[in-house]
Design a protein around this ligand. Structure first.
Ligand code: NAP
Length: 253
């Protein structure tokens, strides 16, 4: 059976690793192409958008995909919606791998925001030292608040830089530990963090460090996605695929 994994996350890579080498599956992992040098994924990859939902439908048909797994980031709303719609249109079994959101814990000082614009507003008027833990695509609205000093960490360099007078750029790839993130926050005298509620372990270090340091976190809520069958772990995806294989064998597909 041909399997397509929509990736760009640690979980997608782990899933691909778990399926690589299986004689009963031909696995392809799809990346959007956002990072210049993606990590090896353990299975053959294809890179770049499909051309919307119609392009994805065409791809599923042309490649005779027997099961589609959406293992993209919880904030990758467009591709997730397209995946669910394309799978339904083609009658391809579909499952989303969704890591649970982080839950607020005792000691967390979260200011929840529904959009990047509200996160900018939540920083207030007085100049602050802000750790912007957002993607390259999301940070432009912070130019509306040039009074703050921004520390921006990204996998690839931010180009062009943010049009604000005080910004520091770091390139690094996670996972990041709590100890390393705490040292970073202390070194740059950060007094507030802006983050997405991504869930998972790889980027939780800054959230745990903020709790320990009693720093506020402006936390972007996840976008709401249409209902789709979903699981929370890689093992559950593997079990679902095994079930789909058995069902296909019974149907004689
Ligand atoms: P998005 O807004 O939902 O998608 C925008 C467009 O990018 C889609 O319409 C699709 O183009 C293309 N695309 C997205 N993911 C793709 C994939 N895995 N394979 C092929 N094409 C893909 O997505 P995004 O937020 O820009 O995220 C892009 C990628 O980065 C995803 O793979 C995601 O898992 C990863 N990522 C995102 C975040 C985040 O915070 N958003 C964080 C970490 C990693 P077409 O319409 O042309 O098919």
């Amino acid at each position: 059976m041909n399997i397509l994994i929509l990736g760009g996350t640690t979980e997608a890579r782990v899933l691909a690793g778990a399926l690589a080498g299986r004689a009963d599956l031909t696995v392809t992992l799809s990346l959007a192409g956002r990072t210049a040098k993606p990590l090896p994924q353990g299975v053959p990859t294809r890179v770049g958008g499909f051309g919307g939902v119609d392009g994805l439908i065409e791809y599923l048909r042309a490649e005779k995909i027997g099961a589609l797994v959406d293992a993209t980031h919880p904030f990758a709303q467009i591709i997730s919606e397209n995946a669910a719609r394309a799978a339904e249109a083609c009658g391809v079994p579909f499952l989303a791998l969704r890591r649970p959101a982080w839950a607020k814990m005792d000691g967390d000082q979260w200011i929840e925001a529904g959009s990047v614009a509200s996160a900018v507003a939540a920083l207030g008027q007085a100049p602050r030292r802000v750790f912007l833990a957002l993607g390259r695509k999301e940070i432009a609205p912070f130019t509306a608040a040039p009074q703050h000093t921004y520390l921006v960490r990204s996998v690839d360099p931010i180009d062009p830089p943010l049009a604000v007078p005080h910004a520091i750029y770091l390139t690094a790839r996670g996972p990041f530990s709590e100890a390393d993130d705490r040292a970073l926050l202390e070194r740059h005298r950060i007094d507030v963090i802006v983050a997405k509620n991504s869930g998972g372990d790889a980027s939780y270090g800054k959230i745990a460090a903020a709790r320990a340091m009693r720093l506020p976190v402006v936390m972007l809520r996840r976008p709401s996605l249409s209902e789709a069958p979903s699981v929370e772990t890689v093992d559950a995806v593997v079990a679902w695929l095994d079930h789909a294989l058995t069902a296909a064998a019974v149907r004689g597909v």
